[in-house]
Design a protein around this ligand. Structure first.
Ligand code: SF4
Length: 403
C-alpha cells in the first residue's frame, strides 16, 4: 500500500522536517585539525598527510568552493567529505564599490547553534603597489570608542577562525585573485602583484578579545603553502588590550597597530574607554617590549584627527614625546563623520601643521587619505546592515552622496 492511501498515515499530523546536523567547517582549521577530521571519517593514517596537503591546496591556492571540484581527490572521499564537512564561505548580501575603487562587502554568516545569522563588513582598499583587505574579528564590539561607528553596535559574538579566513577567500574570489577566476572588468586593483597583498585586522571588533580564533585564522593566512601572506603584510590593530600585546608578538608574529587617538589619559578615557583599564603608561610600556620590534618592524600608531579635541600642536608635541624610543609610524586619519556623531574632522591646514611637527621629529606620518567615504567604508564606519538601517544611516548616506 502506498503511503498516501494508508488511512493511519493520512491522519497523522505533518511533522516538521528533522533539523539537519550542522556540518563542521574545515575553513580556518590547522593542518593537524584537518588531519584529525579526516581520521574521524575513516581516512587511513598513512594517507592523512597527503590528503591534508591536497585539501589545503584546493582551498587556499586554487580557491575552490566545493569538494566536487577537487579533481585529484577520489570520488568516495569527496562524497564522505561532502556528507560530513563544509567549506562554505559567507553569503554576499551586498557589494558596494566606491568611486575610488574601494569595495565594501556586507557578508552574512549562518547561525551557530541556536543563534541567528550574523552580518559583518569587510573592506578592500586598492592602491598603487598593494591591495589591503580590512577584516572583521567580531560581530559588533564591546568597546565603545566614541569616534567609532562600530562601537555603537553591541557585541553579538566572536567570529570563528573559518569566518575570518572566509572573508579573505571571498574577497580574493570577487577580485579574481585566484588562478582560475578573472578580475571583474573595470575593477580598480594594483597594477601588478597580488590583488590582496596585505591584511589588516582593523574591521569590526577588538581582535585581541577574540585572540584564539584570530591567531588561528592568521596562521592559515600566512601559511606558505596556502594563502601565503607574509606576516610583515599582516597588521593587527588593537585599542590597547595590554595583557595580550606581548602574546600577539610571541604567538602571532604579525605587525602591530595601536588605536591611540589621544596623548592624555583624561581624553583617551573618553575617546577609547578601555584606557580606563589600561592607561597610556601601561600601553606604551607594552609597546616598548613588543616582541620583534625594530626599525624594520615598527608599530603603527593610529591617530584620528578630531577638530578641537585632539589636534592641537601641543598634542602633536606630546605625541612625539610619548613615543620617544619606540620604533613607530604614526598614521594621521582625517575623521570620517557618521550620522549622529558629535565630532568633526580637523581642518586640513591643522592636520598638515600637526603632520609637519610629527614629521620633523623623525616619524614618517602620512596623512591617510580617506577612502571609500561615499560607501561608508572608511575607518571606524563599519556596521552590519541591519544596524545601519535601524539608525537610518542609508538615508543620510544617500543625502550625503546626492549633495
Ligand atoms: S575602534 Fe575598534 S575597539 Fe573601538 S569601538 Fe570601534 S571597533 Fe571597537
Amino acid at each position: 500500500m502506498s503511503a498516501t492511501t494508508d488511512p493511519n498515515i493520512m491522519n497523522q499530523p505533518v511533522l516538521p522536517p528533522m533539523p539537519q546536523p550542522e556540518r563542521r567547517s574545515l575553513l580556518g582549521l590547522s593542518r593537524d585539525n584537518v588531519g584529525q577530521a579526516l581520521r574521524e571519517i575513516g581516512v587511513p593514517e598513512k594517507q592523512v598527510r597527503m590528503r591534508v596537503g591536497q585539501l589545503w591546496h584546493w582551498l587556499y591556492v586554487r580557491g575552490v568552493q566545493q569538494f566536487s571540484d577537487m579533481a585529484n581527490v577520489s570520488r568516495d572521499l569527496r562524497t564522505a567529505l561532502e556528507q560530513n564537512f563544509e567549506i562554505a564561505r559567507p553569503e554576499i548580501v551586498e557589494e558596494q564599490i566606491s568611486v575610488d575603487g574601494t569595495r565594501k562587502w556586507l557578508f552574512r554568516f549562518p547561525p551557530r547553534g541556536a543563534g541567528r545569522p550574523v552580518e559583518i563588513e569587510t573592506v578592500y582598499i586598492p592602491e598603487e603597489g598593494r591591495g589591503t583587505l580590512c577584516v572583521s574579528s567580531q560581530v559588533g564590539c564591546t568597546l565603545t570608542c566614541t569616534f567609532c561607528h562600530t562601537g555603537t553596535q553591541r557585541l553579538v559574538r566572536n567570529l570563528t577562525e573559518g569566518e575570518i579566513v572566509g572573508q579573505i577567500l571571498t574577497a580574493r574570489e570577487k577580485l579574481g585573485d585566484f588562478p582560475d577566476i578573472d578580475t571583474p572588468a573595470g575593477a580598480i586593483v594594483p597594477s601588478e602583484g597580488r590583488l590582496v597583498s596585505n591584511v589588516v585586522m582593523m574591521g569590526m571588533g577588538e581582535p585581541l578579545y577574540n585572540f584564539d580564533n584570530v591567531k588561528q585564522a592568521l596562521a592559515v593566512a600566512s601559511d606558505g603553502d596556502g594563502l601565503s601572506l607574509s606576516k610583515r603584510r599582516i597588521t593587527l590593530s588593537t585599542s590597547g588590550v595590554v595583557p595580550m600585546i606581548g602574546r600577539t608578538g610571541d604567538e602571532m608574529g604579525v605587525m602591530l597597530a595601536i588605536s591611540l587617538h589621544a596623548v592624555r589619559d583624561d581624553l583617551r578615557d573618553v575617546l577609547v574607554p578601555i584606557n580606563k583599564k589600561y592607561p597610556l603608561e601601561e600601553l606604551l610600556a607594552a609597546c616598548r617590549t613588543y616582541p620583534g620590534l625594530s626599525n624594520a618592524r615598527r608599530i603603527t600608531f593610529e591617530y584620528v584627527m578630531l577638530k578641537g579635541v585632539n589636534d592641537s600642536l601641543a598634542d602633536a608635541r606630546e605625541l612625539v614625546r610619548l613615543l620617544k624610543g619606540i620604533p613607530a609610524k604614526i598614521n594621521l586619519i582625517p575623521f570620517n563623520p557618521w550620522p549622529g556623531t558629535e565630532y568633526e574632522c580637523s581642518d586640513w591646514d591643522q592636520i598638515e601643521r600637526f603632520a609637519d611637527l610629527v614629521n620633523e621629529a623623525g616619524y614618517a606620518s602620512p596623512i591617510r587619505t580617506p577612502r571609500g567615504r561615499d560607501i561608508f567604508a572608511a575607518c571606524g564606519q563599519l556596521k552590519s546592515e541591519s544596524e545601519r538601517m535601524k539608525k537610518g544611516d542609508r538615508l543620510a548616506l544617500a543625502a550625503a552622496v546626492a549633495s
